[in-house]
Design a protein around this ligand. Structure first.
Ligand SMILES: Cc1cc2nc3c(=O)[nH]c(=O)nc-3n(C[C@H](O)[C@H](O)[C@H](O)COP(=O)(O)O)c2cc1C
Length: 179
């Protein structure tokens, strides 16, 4: 089994999402792990020429499980992670358009996303309409035929106690992922 482990937080050792993805990968033992740090080795913005190089897509397609660290920046995903997704959503490879609408072609893969958000965005909360991270990632992976799993640490900017308890709770949730 091959795990593709992806991080996209700019905060290095202080990063909650990096702490959580590391824990998830540790739970999924007996696997080969390929690590891609989108901050220390960023992918350039998408260009037409970039489609000639399918190495990022091939790495994704070859993985059985993909673990993604996704911090919320300005209500959505880091641009580093968007540049990676721009290489994953490729017509004819991970989706296609049919007479009956779009069809995902990347099913059969497990995708686990570690979300880290400074605030709270639960349905009905004042900021719910600004949540464009989990909703976006769910939509994108659904589009290519995958139902992603999420582990979330929320309220990380509220204060140190909230941060510690949210990260602890998320790390506890990672234990069930290996089951
Ligand atoms: C540049 C930047 C933008 C941010 N924008 C938001 C935001 O729009 N909403 C939010 O809830 N938190 C926001 N935050 C807080 C982060 O989501 C929070 O610090 C989280 O811990 C980031 O994940 P990380 O610890 O893995 O870096 C922002 C943080 C940074 C550094």
């Amino acid at each position: 089994m091959t795990i593709l482990h992806i991080d996209s937080s700019i905060t290095g050792d202080q990063s909650a999402s990096r702490t959580i993805t590391r824990s998830i990968v540790e739970q999924l033992t007996d696997s080969d792990v390929i690590y891609r740090d989108l901050v220390s080795e960023p992918l350039p913005h998408l260009t037409l020429d970039a489609f000639a190089d399918s190495s990022v897509l091939d790495e994704f397609l070859a993985a059985d499980t993909v673990v993604i660290g996704a911090p919320m920046y300005n209500f959505t995903l880091p641009t580093q992670l968007k540049a990676w997704l721009d290489r994953i959503l490729v017509a004819g490879k991970t989706f296609r358009y049919t007479e009956n609408g779009p069809e995902g072609l990347a099913g059969g893969k497990r995708v686990i996303v570690a979300l880290a958000r400074g605030g709270f965005y639960d349905a009905g909360s004042p900021a719910a309409s600004l949540e464009h991270l989990e909703t976006y990632l769910r939509g994108v992976f659904n589009f290519i035929g995958i139902e992603p799993e999420f582990v979330a640490a929320d309220g990380l900017a509220v204060g140190p106690e909230q941060r510690e308890s949210s990260v602890r709770q998320a790390l506890g949730e990672t234990l069930r992922l290996a089951a």
